[in-house]
Design a protein around this ligand. Sequence first.
Ligand code: PMP
Ligand code: GLN
Length: 388
Amino acid sequence: MNAARPFAPQPIVTKMPKVGTTIFTVMSALATERNAVNLGQGFPDFECDPKLVDAVADAMRRGLNQYPPMAGVPELRRVVADKIAAIYDARYDWDSEITITAGATQAIFTALLAIVHPGDEVIVIEPVYDSYIPNIELIGGTVVAVPMSTDYRVPWDKVAAAVTPRTRAIMVNSPHNPSGTILRDADMRALEAIAVEHELFVISDEVYEHMVYDGEPHQSACRYPALAARSFVISSFGKTFHVTGWKVAYCAAPAALSAEFRKVHQFNVFTVNTPVQHGLADYMKAPERYLQLPAFYQRKRDLFREGLAGTRFRLLPSEGTFFQLVDYSAISDLSEAEFSKWLTTEIGVAAIPLSAFYEKPVENGVVRFCFAKKDETLRHALERLSRL
Ligand code: PMP
Ligand code: GLN
């Protein structure tokens, strides 16, 4: 017998040389290991409405367990189109313009895959959600990062100045993770003007659309016709209904954009979990189930902020999302990553360093807490944080 040749596969030349494990996974693992209160990764620690679980279980029992149509279950797409019409006064055709995706993460990547060619530039606003930059780079696009101002607003003059003949798209996120900033009417008009002037696509990540506080409206890209005409508007049922692990979201875009989006979607995931789509469609027939969300989360935000007011953290505004940024420079001069680890291991509360949301880490002495937690969890964390 021939001696077996040792198996020596070609080494993989990584396509993602800068990428390790996401900060959310790293901090959640550390929180579990140290038994810390996990205010790091953004997910609720409370259950969703049992009626939603019943609606999904019911769909399973009714035998709705095979592949749905490629773009999503019609009942869900109809209810989404009706919701957008009712709230944002914009009419999307449920059949040709709404696509159900496997989470917003897939929707964002799919939109980028549909429009970005190698060498195209995509403008992102920093701090930026962690998947955008690796997504752009995987496609061979070039990231052009425009920093927010020191008070975490978007400097539209700098965005306009960053546009070149190679720019293909601008990515925006409102309410914004991690800063909690919301884009106002003037912001949306500035975005619209830039996108129209330079014929750019817009990817509008609105996963926190139902978490806007103090009576402010959510200024969806859907509300602005010239902007909507070039936008992929993305939202996530995971955020809205406290089921981040279900990973179901949608993309609303004009028919021509949706057609390209679906070309990618059908060869990426093809379709998304059938009974969950039916369950969501059923559940969403009662609009108060998402319309009560601002009040629900504003109370948690206020409880958390009141608790932190007695510490040496400096609180930044949280206009939307379920995140609260705090400046810890009066407490420590550790880097944000080191401070987050220290806070997790020594104080027993996990946070996310803001530096994780930058292409080239910058240090602001700021970390992010998530307040999508039971009141008792927030109180427990506050008890520990009040030592600082
Ligand atoms: N965009 C932003 C700004 C997010 O915060 C998140 C998740 N936290 C996503 C997209 C991804 O959403 P999903 O879980 O539906 O993929
Ligand atoms: N988007 C969530 C956050 O910002 C986490 C999602 C994830 O772990 N990828 O915390």
